[in-house]
Write a protein that binds this ligand. Structure first.
Ligand code: MG
Length: 228
């Protein structure tokens, strides 16, 4: 097989990410519930607040922490307590320090792929936070380049293709998110490998759309070995 360029997503593709956020959100909802709202309503307000804050402050654990605190203040109103805000803040700091939990089969599959193809890690988020995660993962040595962008859309995919002189027919995006990994990559003519993850963040959900490139759907990262 000819050498291909594999753009590989990080969060929920190489390591667990969203499951830690989901756990904190469940605990957060339990803290707010006694103020008299349903769990679904609290989640709805949190999602709305996150959408707004992502536009203003981008992705990342700090933007998420701000959304939790704002949601709490909005819903608790005069019942809001300083200790509860401190408790929420403490949990966010803890989340930020959680070491990456590498998904099953990832290191050996990357070792196999890097011998045969060019690997570029392509992730979105707050640059310092994502760079720290990559470093703590110990996986950076498998990649020729690490690219961190504020948003993964067809524009950023286009810039990446240009910067690394990727031949689109031999370029693949591999990831768990239809919205950030599969659809924008296929829109500009790249191929894609969709590896669904059961804890993919709600804000990343979107129907998978076909493009001119190939689309492969795999149940696990280690299955990449059978395709490359
Ligand atoms: Mg991801």
């Amino acid at each position: 097989m000819r050498r291909h360029t594999l753009l590989i997503d990080a969060d929920d593709t190489l390591w667990e990410n969203n499951v830690f956020f989901e756990k904190l959100i469940e605990d957060f909802i339990s803290i707010v519930e006694p103020c008299g709202y349903t769990r679904a309503y609290i989640r709805h307000i949190l999602n709305e607040t996150e959408r707004k804050n992502i536009r203003q402050y981008g992705y990342g654990v700090r933007s998420f922490g701000r959304s939790l605190e704002e949601t709490y203040i909005k819903l608790a109103e005069q019942m809001a307590k300083r200790e509860t805000l401190a408790q929420i803040h403490g949990r966010v700091v803890e989340l930020e320090r959680t070491p990456p939990k590498i998904l099953d089969g990832v290191p050996e599959t990357l070792a196999y792929l890097t011998e045969r193809h060019r690997l570029i890690l392509f992730t979105k988020g707050e640059p310092a936070e994502q760079a720290a995660k990559v470093e703590r993962s110990g996986l950076q040595g498998f990649f020729e380049s690490i690219e961190i962008v504020p948003e993964k859309d067809s524009e950023t995919y286009g810039s990446l293709v240009h910067k690394h002189k990727i031949v689109k027919t031999h370029g693949w995006m591999i990831g768990n998110s239809p919205r950030s990994d599969i659809n924008p990559a296929m829109k500009i003519g790249l191929n894609a490998v969709y590896i669904p993850h059961q804890h993919t963040w709600t804000l990343e959900h979107e129907p998978v759309m076909a493009g001119s490139g190939k689309l492969v759907i795999l149940p696990a990262f280690r299955e990449l070995r059978g395709h490359f």
